[in-house]
Design a protein around this ligand. Structure first.
Ligand SMILES: NC(=O)c1ccc[n+]([C@@H]2O[C@H](COP(=O)([O-])OP(=O)(O)OC[C@H]3O[C@@H](n4cnc5c(N)ncnc54)[C@H](OP(=O)(O)O)[C@@H]3O)[C@@H](O)[C@H]2O)c1
Length: 333
């Protein structure tokens, strides 16, 4: 063992469902890794929108999940459970988690850890697992985005959106993105979007049709839903695909399903959180093989917007809920 492991740690608890102020420090035991797990000394954790929803009691947390927030982290492996051979004490990694990131130590299945990519700091690596896993599985495994196709990322300046823009571009698509301000649109372009659409002043359907010569786009990654859905049916090309990672504007809508029928559309969606370790491990393996080499080639950039001390998690949540941020917000123990 390389390092002293204390018996207890400081975590951020949800004292009761509510606003950011309910996030308070607490003392908890440092857990022991079970077979197949590693204990990570956390360098940083990513804040995700699901955290703010869970904090306020609006996120349907799958049964048996931890009460401590935090779906991703980076840090050093300090202890291995039985059967872990692919990671050693002292290795630096980033990890996809089911919770427990808002602390100093956490146990994670070894199969959900990824190496810190070339050129990325240990701290910035904390912001990678959730968005890269989500974008990979939805855009490339569910929608099968192909080189040369046209792709629209709704919410282009979010952590998810920036990753979607970068990966779609790196794999040879033409990329459109929506965002709610000109500053955010500029950021989308800087991360690789060919066209950025300020949805407050422009109609994404009209811009998308103009860009594609009325053909429509091949694939849309959406987190908005609601009244966007019929407009997305309209914008999609023949054989187009639409995938939901969230439905912020609502899950119920009146839409003409004739578009699905006549244009051969595929409408799908998924959640990462509810998947089991084997399913997450398969995504991690795919990322390591197909996406992590892009870091070596200098084709990807991290999107850390701001780092907060972990004890200021409430301020980090306030920033996320203000929607002023572009990219990722991180917490440092
Ligand atoms: N299914 C999954 O497995 C999965 C996994 C991770 C995340 N998610 C979801 O993905 C979404 C993004 O997550 P995140 O952590 O990256 O959150 P985030 O950074 O807070 O992003 C939310 C984004 O939504 C944008 N937005 C809101 N209304 C919009 C609209 N009408 N048109 C375009 N953009 C709009 C906001 O930008 P503006 O200020 O420009 O409106 C903001 O950038 C969240 O809804 C999250 O729950 C799903």
């Amino acid at each position: 063992m390389l390092t002293h492991i204390p018996a207890t740690q400081t975590v951020i608890e949800i004292s009761k469902p509510g606003g950011p102020e309910v996030l308070v420090p607490a003392t908890r035991p440092v857990p022991e890794p079970k077979p197949g797990e590693v204990l990570v000394r956390i360098a940083a954790s990513g804040v995700n929108q699901a955290d703010t929803l869970q904090r306020s009691g609006r996120y349907p947390v799958p049964p048996g999940m931890p009460d401590i927030l935090g779906l991703e982290c980076s840090g050093m492996v300090v202890k291995r459970g039985d059967g872990v051979t692919q990671w050693r004490e002292g290795d630096e990694a980033c990890a996809l988690m089911v919770g427990n990131g808002y602390g100093e130590y956490a146990c994670v299945p070894a199969a959900q850890c990824l190496p810190v990519p070339t050129g990325v700091s240990l701290i910035d690596a904390a912001g990678l697992p959730e968005t890269f896993c989500t974008v990979w599985t939805n855009v490339f495994e569910r929608m099968h985005l192909q080189p040369g196709e046209t792709f629209l990322a709704q919410g282009g300046s979010s952590g998810i959106g920036i990753t979607a823009i970068q990966l779609a571009k790196a794999f040879g698509s033409q990329v459109l993105a929506t965002a709610g301000s000109d500053v955010k649109c500029q950021a989308c372009r800087e991360f690789g979007a060919d066209v950025a659409i300020n949805y407050r002043t422009q109609d994404f359907v009209a811009v998308g049709k103009e860009f594609t010569g009325a053909r429509g786009v091949d694939a849309i990654l959406d987190m908005v839903g609601g009244d966007y859905i019929p407009r997305e049916f309209d914008l999609l090309a023949h054989e187009g695909r639409l995938c939901f990672v969230a439905l912020m504007r609502g899950t119920k809508v009146e839409a003409d399903f004739g578009a699905i029928h006549c244009k051969h559309l595929t409408v799908t969606g998924s959640t990462l959180h509810g998947r089991n370790v084997a399913e997450k491990a398969a995504i991690i393996t795919a990322l390591r093989e197909k996406v992590w080499p892009l870091w070596d080639q200098g084709k990807l950039r991290t999107s850390t917007y701001r780092r907060f001390p972990m004890r200021e998690a409430a301020d980090a949540h306030r920033l996320m809920e203000s929607s002023e941020h572009i990219g990722k917000i991180l917490l440092l123990p």
